[in-house]
Each structure stands twice: as C-alpha cells, then as structure tokens.
Design a protein around this ligand. Structure first.
Ligand code: TYD
Length: 220
C-alpha cells in the first residue's frame, strides 16, 4: 500500500527544473529524488542510448518504449518501495513527459493510449502533485547552452512548441493534480511556491493517515 507522497516536476527543456530540484534537495534532504530517464543501472544505460549516443537513431515508437522501460524499472526498484515505506518521492519527469514529447510533439501515439499503457505498466500510480514549470519555448531556447544540447534538445523550437502545447493540454485536463508555475519568476519565488504546495500535501496526507488509523482502531 502507498503510504508516501509522489510528486513530479515537468516542463519543456531548459524550463529551470534542474535548478528547482537542486534547491529542493537542499531544503528537503530527507526526500527521495529520482530522474527520468535514469535512476537505475538499466535506466542510465537507456538514457545514454536515447539522449547521448549520436551514432544511434531510432523510430519514435522504439524511443517511446525505451523511455517506458526506464520508467518501469525505476518504478519497481525505487519509487514503489519508497512509497510503500511512507517516503516522499520527487521525480524529475514521469509519464507526462511521454505524453508531451512522444505523444504531442512526435505524434507517435494518441495521448490517451500512451496514458493507458503507462497506467497498466505502473500499476496505476498517478502523481499526487505535478509541478509544471511553464515557460515560452523561445525564452527557454535563449537559456540553453547550444554546445551541450542532447539529441532531444537538438530537435529545435517548433518541436519544443509542440511539447509545450502538450503540457498545457494535460494540465488543463487535470487541474486538481497540476500546479502550473510561471518559470519566468525569480528562482526563490518559484521555490517558495513549490514548498507551499508540498506543505499542503503533507498536511492532507497526515489527515488521511490519522483518519485511516482511527477507522482501523474502531474496527478492532
Ligand atoms: P534531461 O537532460 O534530463 O533534460 P531535462 O533537464 O530537461 O529533464 O533530458 C531528458 C530529455 O528526455 C528531455 O528532453 C525530455 C525527454 N523525455 C522524453 O522525450 N520522454 C520521456 O518520457 C522522458 C521521461 C523524457
């Protein structure tokens, strides 16, 4: 049973996600941090294949399946055990990335089909909160260091625009799960807003666990 809290961070390339994750690590060193693709031995190898190895090209469906394989491995080996223990897990990307990149931008599969495939593979694990750092693709492009671009970042502006449209669409479908933050705001303002949302979630989780425990002792 899931006792912990699962939080994901999403956004287009160079939206400022990595900076926010570094700040979260400083503020909450007790949380568990994972990234996608990666986070396991298999996942890191897949990361290299998809993003770094310039000798390997692959069709969109193969790319989608590799992202999924990395995610399933991470779920089974890291995310699920920590959530069962009651930990707070923060994931740098999760299935919304596949919906936005492979679904919306690449058009490999319908978003609904990608979602249902993910839910089947991940035992339905949906984030309790998804923080979407929203920024215009043009501004994000200016922030990026062109020399260090990985294969996905080399896809260009129109690709990032389709990714952004994908995220806007998913966020509008699930407003209760998504916290959309303006990534142009100062770094510390964005961090404070994330911290506020985490606190709210922790209080809600505490209430739920107390109610559950009270119910269990009434039944005994
Ligand atoms: P990464 O270097 O981690 O970039 P970022 O800091 O922006 O997260 O690279 C991950 C890249 O992989 C990023 O361009 C998004 C892409 N991606 C997908 O296309 N589909 C996916 O399912 C995931 C998890 C990531």
């Amino acid at each position: 049973m899931k006792k912990g809290i699962f939080i994901t961070l999403e956004g287009i390339d160079a939206c400022g996600k990595s900076t926010q994750i570094e700040l979260l690590k400083k503020t909450y060193p007790e949380f568990v941090y994972v990234r996608e693709p990666g986070g396991t031995i298999l996942g890191e190898k897949i990361r290299n294949l998809i993003l770094k190895d310039k000798d390997i090209t692959m069709c969109g469906k193969a790319e989608l399946m590799l992202f999924m394989a990395s995610r399933v491995e991470l779920y089974e080996k890291v995310i699920k055990p920590h959530l069962e223990k009651g930990d707070i897990v923060i994931a740098d990307r999760y299935y919304d990335s596949t919906l936005a990149y492979q679904g919306s931008a690449r058009g490999v599969m319908e978003m609904d089909d990608i979602l249902s495939l993910n839910r089947q593979m991940l035992e339905g694990l949906k984030p309790d909160l998804t923080i979407y750092l929203k920024i215009s693709p043009k501004l994000a492009q200016c922030r990026r260091d062109a020399d260090e671009a990985d294969k996905m970042e080399m896809e260009g502006l129109s690709f990032q625009e389709k990714v952004a449209q994908g995220y806007d669409y998913i966020a509008s479908k699930e407003p209760e799960r998504f916290l959309v933050l303006d990534a142009r705001e100062p770094i510390d303002v964005v961090h404070k807003n994330i911290a506020k949302a985490i606190l709210k979630l922790q209080c809600r989780q505490k209430d739920n666990l107390e109610k559950l425990n009270a119910g269990n002792s009434e039944n005994n």
